[in-house]
Design a protein around this ligand. Structure first.
Ligand code: HEM
Ligand SMILES: CC(C)=CCC/C(C)=C/CC/C(C)=C/COP(=O)(O)OP(=O)(O)O
Length: 317
């Protein structure tokens, strides 16, 4: 009897943890962290202090988790009405909005303290401004009012790249802003490809996502332009900024070619949801591999290897 009670208690405790975890929309966070890491490695010229890395990624995780949790509180009405989001912890009644808010404030406080004490104040303020921007500018001000919501709101998702740079250097530079711009410009193709697939859901709850307001053809055109500009921006990191080298350049061009190809296919087949889905899924791999490319390119071992190979070729030549 006692044993059954204990195990039931145990089960409900695990379910509570699970619900709070779900509030943070955890599947998005790893990619935000990869952009932070890409930025940190370039800023540190390939030699990142492991402790600083740990602190920054933890602080970034807590800030993003806080932002997503507040978003879950704010959007609980529309989340209840959409198929995709109905089972989230607040609309399904597993967590009370007030408790979620307390949880989010705790996460934000720990994030700020951790970054301010063990990284620096700029990194802490940037992460905090990411939360404020995502909630006030995206969730409150834009999401329900304009089809350009995610273009401007996308800036929140690009802030982790600035946090990474600031954590390493204590300042921001052109390269930091360029990585910010890459994530910022990538967000419309990433999100609108998905929005094409689920536009009926957004239409149902009156969220003015671009495919709902301006239609499929206008959306795929916008996706196409943003894809081209994103790929162009990735190259600027090599020239003129000189922050990344030949290996990153090769990776950025190959990935960029694929991104453009998939975006072009969508431009030719605006109504084909399978093509939109392919672009959405690729957009995630694209950002992940691009940032990993930044990391690997910056490592001293890569530099040594590339100069050894080029000396060798020189010698043969
Ligand atoms: C305003 C900007 C953005 C919007 C509106 C947006 C929206 C979305 C939505 C609605 C999903 C589907 C998730 C779900 O079904 O719960 C998604 C998936 C995803 N997003 Fe974004 N996103 C944005 C920016 C970003 C950024 C900046 C990143 C990271 C750098 C990111 C990474 C991801 C990842 C990794 C997934 C896949 C999650 C999974 O496996 O289910 N997103 N996004
Ligand atoms: C530094 C820092 C704290 C940055 C915060 C960055 C952040 C939380 C970015 C998330 C972007 C994102 C996945 C939006 C989802 O949109 P949505 O809320 O419209 O999605 P939904 O339709 O699934 O609710």
């Amino acid at each position: 009897m006692i044993e059954t009670n204990v195990s039931r208690h145990h089960e409900t405790f695990l379910q509570v943890i699970q619900s709070y975890y779900q509030l943070t929309k955890p599947r998005i966070i790893p990619l935000l962290l990869i952009t932070t890491a890409g930025s940190m490695w370039i800023a540190a010229k390939g030699e990142v202090d492991p402790l600083l890395l740990l602190v920054t990624l933890t602080g970034g995780t807590l800030a993003a988790a806080s932002a997503q949790t507040i978003n879950c509180v704010y959007d609980r009405d529309i989340d209840y009405d959409m198929e995709r989001t109905r089972h989230r912890p607040i609309p399904s009644g597993k967590v009370q909005p007030r408790d979620a808010l307390i949880f989010a404030i705790a996460l934000a406080t720990i994030s700020f303290t951790l970054l301010a004490v063990f990284a620096n104040l700029l990194a802490a303020l940037l992460a905090f401004s990411g939360i404020v921007f995502y909630i006030l500018v995206y969730t409150h001000w834009l999401k329900r009012h304009t089809p350009q919501n995610i273009v401007v709101g996308g800036a929140a998702g690009a802030i982790p790249a600035l946090v990474g740079w600031a954590a390493v250097t204590g300042t921001l530079s052109w390269s930091a802003w360029l990585i910010f711009a890459i994530v910022f410009l990538w967000t419309p193709p990433h999100f609108w490809a998905l929005a094409l697939m689920i536009k009926d859901d957004y239409a149902k709850v009156g969220i003015p996502m671009l495919p709902v307001i301006e239609g499929t053809t206008a959306t795929v055109k916008q996706i196409w332009y943003y894809t081209l500009v994103t790929v162009f921006a990735t190259v600027l990191l090599v020239y003129p900024l000189g922050a990344s080298g030949i290996l990153y350049a090769a990776i950025a061009l190959i990935l960029g070619g694929l991104f453009i190809h998939k975006s072009w296919r969508l431009l030719q087949n605006p109504e084909d949801r399978a093509v939109a889905k392919e672009l959405f899924l690729f957009s995630i791999s694209y950002m992940m591999l691009l940032c990993l490319g930044m990391v690997v390119d910056s490592l001293p071992v890569t530099h040594n290897l590339i100069s050894a190979v080029s000396n060798h070729l020189h010698f043969i030549g």
